[in-house]
Design a protein around this ligand. Structure first.
Ligand code: CP
Length: 320
């Protein structure tokens, strides 16, 4: 079946979702990121791979890590970077997303990096550009609603591969608010595509999507069972802003059952790593002793995110 993110020659043209992205494409992105990892230590951190290109950051929803690392990545690739301040833009006067895109395309945009609270927003923009003869303008999904966050998924995969080498013998536990998590959806897609044999989703029944097993994962409602023997524990934020109604008794009770504490982490493998996409809610889903502990790779995830986003933008612009 044709993947709308790939051109006929297999070239990545947009990055909208990890769902359905073939394993060789994912591996190629991860491999392409590796040379960029060391850029942060160089005196001159730039390469001219996107020189003359304009990257527009359109964040209709708040962000610290994703927006900033996309900006750093684009600047390291020598692109011109425009951060549209959505709050001060004509969106506040009622302009539609597609009218905004048309106007920014008239300013010669080459890449749109889009975060939006509506699932499907990045797909809508990419389809609009393709349907109106502007398929040379690329879209990267920086998180759409509860749907997908593909560059977060890729940086998570990069981090796991960095510390654990191969996916084919790993046990990975994804713990917490899976129901509202675009991060979990992207990561689970990537892990299963790359052959991870044991992916568990762990959380209370109210925060686990129905029929999630169809994604190739095992459900555990008991956290101790869920993290036992794992190589990787991925903690998720409770996304209160996406919750309709009371899905939890209290955050204190949630922490008691599903917060990652040193005693629960002791059930994972002795060399297990702890990941979190951020922002963290300390004392809700993760204890500070774990978040700041020796097994946490939460800040390296952020640093790898720059290299992964450099790779994605470089590849969709036609480099490799
Ligand atoms: N992980 C993540 O998407 O963080 P931000 O919301 O800060 O971008």
């Amino acid at each position: 079946m044709h993947n709308p993110q790939l051109a006929a020659n297999g070239q990545l043209t947009h990055l909208l979702t990890l769902e359905g992205l073939p394993a060789p494409v994912i591996t190629h992105i991860l491999d392409s990121a590796t040379p960029f990892v060391s850029f942060g230590e160089r005196d001159v951190k730039k390469v001219p791979l996107l020189r003359g290109k304009a990257v527009f950051n359109l964040f209709f929803e708040n962000s610290t890590r994703t927006r900033t690392t996309f900006e750093i990545a684009a600047k390291r690739l020598s692109a011109d970077v425009i951060n549209l301040n959505i709050g001060a833009s004509s969106t506040a006067k009622g302009e539609s997303v597609l009218d905004t895109i048309d106007n920014l395309t008239a300013m010669d945009a080459d890449i749109f990096v889009v975060r939006h609270s509506e699932s499907g927003a990045a797909h809508l923009i990419a389809s609009h550009l393709n349907a109106t003869g502007r398929s040379h303008v690329h879209v990267v999904n920086a998180g759409d609603g509860r749907h997908q966050h593909p560059t977060q998924g890729l940086l998570d995969l990069y981090t796991i591969r960095h510390y654990k080498k191969a996916f084919t013998a790993l046990s990975v536990a994804v713990v917490g608010d899976v129901l509202h998590s675009r991060v979990a959806r992207s990561l689970i897609s990537g892990l299963t595509t790359l052959g991870t044999p044991d992916v568990r989703v762990v959380g209370p029944q109210t925060l686990i999507p129905t029929a999630v097993e169809s994604l190739g994962v095992r459900v555990c409602h008991d956290m101790r069972e869920g993290v036992a023997g794992c190589d990787v524990v991925v903690m998720l934020r409770l996304q209160n802003e996406r919750m309709k109604g009371a899905l939890l008794p209290s955050t204190g009770e949630y922490f008691q059952y599903y917060g990652l504490t040193p005693d629960k982490l002791a059930l994972a493998k002795p060399d297990a790593i702890v990941m979190h996409p951020g922002p963290m809610n300390r004392g809700v889903e993760i204890d500070s002793a774990v978040a700041d502990g020796a097994r946490a790779v939460i800040l390296p995830q952020v640093t790898f995110g720059i290299a992964v986003r450099m790779a994605v933008m470089s590849l969709i612009a036609g480099n490799g």
